[in-house]
Design a protein around this ligand. Structure first.
Ligand code: ATP
Ligand code: MG
Ligand code: MG
Ligand code: MG
Length: 443
């Protein structure tokens, strides 16, 4: 992947004015920073700056899925209606599903989710309990014809989802699979710089305690949520967590579900009131992930069976596990911005360093900038070099708007002493140091 860029060659259509269609800050900032462009209602193109962030979010999601033992696949966006007729969801899904006919007039659909398709893959090749546990996931575009698409990619019609599907012989094993994803989700959101709280979610006709929505607290969130405030301080499971340790993962699940946390649909007033008043948190939230154990809901109607150690055939127990990367990007902005623009966490910043040349054309500024840019690039740092002819003020405003965590400012006066200014976007702290010291700091 090309990691370094010159701004003069980078397609980043910045908007000077606040777009009036944007109701919330993340939508406003994504449009202003030239991250996305609406193509039709609830359908967006991702432009280079946005695409870089989206890719980094997906990379973290992928790493944590893989760490938890899931296998990445890629299923198509278009599906045949037949599979959905088998599960009985073709009629039930309603108007959110985009239905399409091909030239032979065969009914197709743009997948809103993939339980049916992945169950079909499973049943066609897995026949024995010895091949379990299995968890297959993909990161693929989905389409849901939302009644009210809004807030940019926060609630769009076409959106990216990581959806994983687990297959196990018994309910007990499936609960362990659930705990794997539960733990992976805690780690994923933490690495994205977010505090996501798992909240009890409706399991519908299946019942049980095994569905959680992962919610980020934000004033602009569409969900109304209630929880114990200690959730904001719980420790995140470590990188070396053993995902095969049944008891260990159970302990993580128990800890993270030991206190009250529910969305309005599941809210239990009495249980919430039992929390000491000072520890109650009643807020708004954004659903960024959702995990669900659904047992044999699809394996039975679709005939997904394996032979057990007893020699008999058993319908497999499954769950599905979703995360919305294209919603996460605005969710992270909602959680991390100021009046001047976005403040990216380092882990997913489109660039980690921006070198700002205050006087392009000045030989000593150009020389120092080229050295910084070249050396940072060689060290593998994602660096953006603002080599444009814009005024210094415009460059500072752009750097702040696009939220690059570290700015290195090269101006004619300080470079005469061999010095540059290093600014931390989040704290606003500035430090003057030599070019060498800056390179040491940033590589
Ligand atoms: P919502 O309640 O916001 O409509 P959902 O419960 O319908 O979401 P799920 O079916 O649980 O969504 O999908 C898993 C994840 O996909 C969600 O947690 C969210 O991160 C993401 N997602 C769902 N719908 C959208 C959408 N319209 N735009 C962007 N991301 C979405
Ligand atoms: Mg929905
Ligand atoms: Mg929901
Ligand atoms: Mg959901």
């Amino acid at each position: 992947m090309e990691t370094a860029m010159r701004l003069s060659r980078f397609f980043m259509p910045i908007l000077k004015e606040n777009p009036k269609e944007a109701e919330i800050v993340s939508h406003r900032l994504m449009l202003r920073a030239g991250m996305i462009r609406q193509q039709s209602q609830g359908i967006y193109s991702w432009l280079p700056l946005g695409k870089r962030v989206l890719d980094k979010v997906c990379a973290i999601v992928r790493e944590e899925q893989d760490r938890a033992g899931a296998n990445e696949i890629l299923m198509p966006t278009l599906q045949s209606a037949e599979l959905w007729q088998e599960s009985g969801r073709y009629e039930a899904y309603g108007k959110e599903m985009l239905r399409i006919a091909d030239r032979q007039d065969r009914p197709m659909l743009y997948g809103p989710t993939n339980e049916e398709m992945v169950t079909d893959i499973f049943r066609s090749s897995v026949k024995s309990y010895k091949d379990l546990p299995l968890n297959l996931y993909h990161i693929q575009w989905k389409f849901r014809d939302e009644i009210r698409p809004r807030f940019g990619t926060m609630r769009s019609r076409e959106f990216l989802m990581k959806d994983a599907y687990s297959f196990d012989l018994t309910k007990e094993d499936a609960i362990h699979a659930y705990n794997r994803m539960f733990t992976a989700y805690l780690r994923t959101f933490d690495r994205l710089g977010l505090r996501a709280i798992p909240m009890r979610a409706d399991t519908g006709p299946i019942g049980g305690n095994h569905s959680h929505e992962f919610i980020i607290l934000a004033d602009t969130g569409e969900s109304e949520v209630f929880c114990h405030k200690d959730f904001t301080e719980f420790d995140i499971p470590a990188e070396d967590t053993d995902f095969d340790d049944v008891k260990g993962l159970e302990a993580i699940f128990d800890k993270w579900t030991s206190l009250y946390a529910a969305t309005s649909e599941m809210h239990d007033e009495a249980a919430f009131d039992a929390i000491p008043e000072g520890d109650r948190l009643s807020a708004r939230g954004i659903e960024v992930g959702h995990i669900f154990y659904f047992g044999t809901k699809y394996s039975e109607p679709m005939g997904a069976k394996v032979q057990g150690p007893d020699g008999k055939e058993h319908f497999v127990h499954s769950g599905s596990y979703g995360i919305g990367p294209s919603r996460l990007v605005p969710a992270i902005i909602e959680a991390s911005h100021d009046d001047n623009g976005i403040i990216w966490p380092d882990s997913i910043a489109p660039f980690n360093v921006v070198v700002i040349n205050m006087k392009s054309g000045d030989a000593s500024c150009d020389g120092a900038c080229e050295k910084l840019y070249g050396d940072l690039q060689k060290a593998g740092v994602d660096v953006l070099y603002d080599d444009t002819d814009d005024r210094a003020g415009t460059k500072f405003a752009t750097a702040d708007l696009i939220g690059v965590p570290t700015q290195v400012v090269v101006g004619p006066r300080s470079i005469a002493n061999g010095e540059v200014e290093v600014k931390n976007r989040r704290t606003g702290e500035r430090e003057t140091m030599t070019v060498e010291a800056a390179l040491n700091r940033l590589t």
